[in-house]
Design a protein around this ligand. Structure first.
Ligand code: HEM
Ligand code: HEM
Length: 107
């Protein structure tokens, strides 16, 4: 969240919005989505202590920094980083798929 907010201020101050997709997804896929899933683990404790939750946690926590770093490099002109963005994005999406399955199994 703090990285996303500081990036927003830097973009606003510099009038350089090249890193806007990094700002968007750090805030929304990082802070907002991660916080919402975390709240659900708290509200529905039966969801929190199983292998689906652990798989979600690690895939989200490891995939997102990879996706964001590669997206930043891509947005700054390093287009060869595109496959790395995909690896991070697929990891995060797989993590959130485990979260979704876990939610429905628990309910
Ligand atoms: C200190 C707080 C923030 C600042 C200074 C800031 C600044 C900015 C700036 C400069 C842009 C680029 C606008 C453009 O290119 O037209 C932007 C876009 C965006 N920001 Fe933030 N932001 C902040 C917080 C947040 C938060 C907390 C979220 C979401 C939880 C968020 C979501 C977005 C989204 C979705 C866009 C893309 C909007 C679009 O492309 O139309 N921002 N922000
Ligand atoms: C692995 C997951 C995700 C992938 C691969 C992804 C991919 C993308 C792509 C390719 C774009 C278009 C970027 C552009 O036009 O420059 C985009 C835009 C956007 N995404 Fe995502 N996204 C993901 C997750 C999310 C989530 C979870 C949210 C919200 C909670 C979200 C919110 C947005 C918003 C608001 C925009 C528009 C930003 C803008 O106009 O600058 N995304 N996303």
């Amino acid at each position: 969240m703090l990285i996303g907010l500081v990036l927003g201020i830097v973009m606003a101050a510099s009038h350089d919005h090249a890193l806007s997709p990094v700002h968007v997804h750090t805030n929304l896929l990082g802070w907002a989505t991660l916080a919402l899933t975390g709240l659900l683990y708290t509200v529905i404790p039966a969801m929190a202590d199983n292998r689906f939750a652990r798989l979600h946690f690690w895939l989200h926590a490891l995939g997102l920094p990879v996706m964001m770093a590669a997206l930043a490099a891509y947005a700054l002109g390093h287009t060869a980083m595109e496959p790395v963005i995909a690896v991070g994005a697929i990891a995060v999406t797989a993590g959130l798929a485990f979260f979704t399955v876990n939610l429905f199994r628990t309910l």
